[in-house]
Design a protein around this ligand. Structure first.
Ligand code: KG4
Ligand code: ZN
Length: 349
């Protein structure tokens, strides 16, 4: 079964064709990220206008890349209905409804946060350093870490998911983005912090490693997260260093390193605790922050106890292949009249 997926929840316009939930036949992502660098965050109106411009060229490119397929070759259409920015979601949802109506194809609405976990079923989805070649086994823990979400799920099987915890305030991606802004690094903050952190070597001779940030809620006995305190601690640290005229490049890199350590320490501890508590076979990562190499490294320490799947970076960030994949495993079509953009779609199942 070939499913055409469409994803426009935030700054990206994406389409993909996936066969039987696993094989990516084509995948195209156009992003307006560069436009948002100047503003340090996504401006919804700017993003939606770009998506209106890009939607049809992206669809054309996707079909061309798929051996010049036509809609006759497509068995169903899947689209992100939420959560996300309303103006952005509407572009994808209305496009998918129109295609479904015109070509009489089943239409499958998808929650994009759940879909991030499906990067782990996609063929190019297994990272070379991860549990290579192994398909995810149930039961599993899914960790979705993105710009707006930090969610832990217990997956008994494809149909049976339970939300077990999430962030009480800022998401982990948001923590990267906001602290990067405090350090004057670009947007998106995750890759910028990771790049600055890579320049800091805590083991080098003569390095005075003295910045220590909090690991919020790391020892709480639940599976919730809180990252806003980290941002406050970084504000305090930047102020202190400025006052002492010590905010050098080296100190900025040390701060970036410690920010990345703090965020990834908390994510890994909670995920590992959940995996033990629910006695699962696999740990499945998804979402933009899963592209973080340090997070991968720390999770892979546990690969002798669990199948640890960390998708390749291009499948971690927003794309439509995960939407089409999830639709294959959750084939619940609705008539196009009933499908609607749902910006506040819940993840708590
Ligand atoms: O899933 P995503 O592409 O979009 C949504 O938010 O839905 O995630 C974007 C987030 C941003 O906060 C960005 O800073 C973060 O993912 N991110 C990273 C990395 N690449 C992207 N965070 C840490 N390390 C990275 N390498
Ligand atoms: Zn996302």
């Amino acid at each position: 079964m070939k499913i055409l997926g469409i994803e426009t929840s935030c700054d990206e316009t994406a389409a993909a064709v996936v066969e039987n939930g696993r094989k990516i036949l084509s995948s195209v992502v156009s992003t307006s990220l560069l436009l948002h660098d100047k503003t340090g965050g996504v401006i919804p109106e700017v993003a939606a206008r770009e998506q209106v411009k890009c939607m049809i060229p992206v669809l054309n490119a996707t079909m061309q890349q798929c051996n010049n397929a036509t809609m006759n070759d497509i068995d169903a259409i899947a689209v992100t209905v939420g959560p996300g920015l309303i103006g952005s979601l509407l572009v994808g949802v209305e496009t998918a409804k129109t295609l479904s109506f015109l070509y009489k194809k089943p239409l499958i609405p998808i929650n994009h946060i759940f879909a991030h976990v499906y990067a782990n079923w996609l063929k190019s989805g297994s990272d070379l350093q991860g549990s290579k070649g192994l398909t995810p086994s149930f039961p599993a823990i899914g960790l979705v870490v993105s710009g707006g979400h930090t969610e832990l799920f217990f997956l008994k099987n494809h149909r049976n998911w339970k939300w077990i915890g999430g962030t009480l305030d800022d998401a982990s991606g948001e923590a990267f983005d906001k602290t990067a802004r405090l350090l004057g690094l670009g947007y998106p903050g995750g890759p910028a912090i990771a790049a600055a952190a890579a320049k800091f070597d805590p083991d080098s001779i003569g390095t005075k490693f003295e910045i220590r940030l909090p690991r919020p809620m790391m020892d709480s006995k639940d599976f919730n997260f809180s990252f806003s305190g980290l941002k406050t601690a970084v504000i305090r640290e930047v102020k202190r260093l400025k006052e002492m005229h010590e905010l050098t490049n080296a100190k900025m890199q040390e701060l970036a390193y410690e920010i990345q350590e703090a965020i990834t320490d908390v994510l890994v501890r909670k995920t590992f605790d959940a995996a033990k508590k629910y006695n699962v076979k696999s740990i499945l990562l998804g979402g933009g922050v899963a592209a973080n190499k340090r997070l991968k490294e720390k999770l892979l320490v546990h690969r002798s106890s669990f199948i640890v799947k960390v998708p390749s970076a291009n499948l971690c960030t927003d794309n439509a292949a995960v939407i089409a994949s999830m639709a294959y495993f959750h084939h619940k079509p609705l008539s196009w009249e009933k499908v609607q953009a749902e910006p506040n779609l819940s993840v708590e199942v």
